[in-house]
Design a binder for this molecule. Structure first.
Ligand SMILES: [Zn+2]
Length: 419
């Protein structure tokens, strides 16, 4: 079995050696004298668990910077959806390759994704070496014929998922309650229970979504899902900005998980009042996400931690909430637990998904508090080395094949927009 020894790295303020055997962290101790296939010098570096991005649309990297400063619905209807409709397997593949590269370069080892052409994304994830919980987006627009083809597509996806490697998990991706009927949501819930699959759903993202749900269904988004009977521990909802104090216990009681996307919520002006503290108190597992690159406009989870914290502080006018430690926990251990991974911690027996942070940089000097520096002073470019599943994916900020990915994805994005 392949072994890696990281020597003298900072772990929670002390120097440690980390011994990786195969895909697991085997030993963490002050001074290990073990032979290893590869030895990494950890001096002037700190180790953190690999970051987990709980909400993204990876191939939207191709649309980065293409349509900014617009309202959500005209943006989706005029700019995003028409271009996504043109995307070929190759486009999605290169968009996902670029996303995986960007995620590795900023310390993400696992991401949740909702998009189309899942096989192309899976191919990119296999090659990149990170983990993906991938869902094919599903819409039925309240039309029975579209629901039928959506179900067929899900069954097909499920059969194909057998051939994916161990780092890829299939999940289900109903887009939102305004694009997917209640019947379809119930069918998806049953399918997910039968096959033990997670469900990723946008929910309560905007004020108008909440108002329209009341008009259309007579209920607010969370109450509507509750009535449909689809709140469950297999459900991960993205955004959850418009959730009231009675809905939080509904989510908590059913074990629903939440992905908070501060950059996207701010840029699309969807809202600022994400109730992190209330959800946490109720026992809800909250992860952090970036959302797609056309609304975030990057996949930098280090930056996302800072934004989540600052946004949470400003609307409450309370600097004591959403601490740096809480943000790092949400971006690592909470995300890993949503993904069902024994990861998110630098401990013996955990999956070897970790990053080395370069401390030899202005953001980490002086180093009174490493986590504060990481969350408030740094950004994703502080990540020097990334290991996922016991494989080194980046060392000294170099990722194999990155030049080709940058060139090809850039070329493909221009071709897509001009076609
Ligand atoms: Zn999204």
């Amino acid at each position: 079995m392949k072994t890696i020894l990281i020597k003298g790295v900072q772990l929670k303020g002390t120097s440690a050696d980390i011994y990786i055997e195969g895909k697991y962290i085997k030993q963490v101790a002050a001074d290990l004298t073990l032979a290893a296939d590869k030895v990494i010098d950890g001096s002037r570096k700190a180790v953190i668990p690999g970051l987990v991005n709980t909400h993204s649309h990876a191939p939207m990297t191709l649309l980065r910077g293409f349509a900014d400063d617009m309202k959500l619905f005209p943006w989706l209807e005029q700019k995003i959806w028409p271009n996504e409709a043109k995307m070929t397997h190759e486009d999605v593949y290169w968009g996902a390759k670029l996303a995986c590269l960007e995620m590795i370069k900023s310390g993400t080892t696992t991401f949740f994704d909702m998009y189309q052409k899942t096989e192309a994304i899976a191919e990119a994830v296999e090659e990149a070496g990170i983990r993906g919980i991938l869902s094919a987006v599903c819409f039925d627009h309240f039309k029975p014929e579209l629901a039928e083809s959506g179900k067929q597509n899900i069954r097909k996806q499920f059969q194909k998922a057998d051939k994916y490697g161990e780092r890829i998990r299939l999940s289900l991706g109903p887009h939102a309650i305004y694009t997917v009927s209640g019947d379809m949501l119930q069918w998806i819930d049953r399918f997910s229970a039968e096959h033990n699959l997670l469900i990723q759903l946008h929910l309560a993202e905007t004020e108008s979504e909440r108002e329209n749900a009341v008009k259309q269904f007579g209920l607010t988004p969370v109450r509507y899902l509750h009535k449909l009977g689809v709140l469950s521990s297999r459900l991960l909802i993205a955004h959850a900005l418009y959730v009231d104090d009675e809905e939080i216990p509904m989510l908590a009681d059913h074990g629903v998980k939440v992905a908070h996307n501060p950059a996207s919520n701010m840029k699309l002006a969807s809202g600022d009042r994400f109730k992190f503290a209330e959800m946490k108190r109720a026992g809800i597992t909250v992860g952090i996400g970036t959302d797609g690159c056309s609304s975030s406009n990057n996949l930098d989870m280090v930056e996302a931690m800072k934004l989540a914290s600052l946004l949470g502080k400003v609307w409450r006018k309370d600097p004591e909430v959403l601490t740096a430690d809480e943000m790092l926990y949400a971006a690592t251990e909470a995300g890993a637990s949503i993904a069902g991974l024994n990861a998110g911690r630098i401990e013996e027996g955990c999956l070897a998904d970790l990053c080395l942070v370069d401390l030899h940089a202005p953001a980490f000097v002086p180093n009174f508090n490493f986590v504060s520096n990481l969350v408030y002073a740094a950004n994703g470019s502080c990540i020097d080395t990334v290991i996922c599943n016991g494989e080194v994916l980046m060392e000294n900020r170099k990722v194999q094949g990155e030049d080709e990915i940058l060139e090809e994805a850039g070329r493909i994005a221009f071709r897509l927009i001009k076609s």
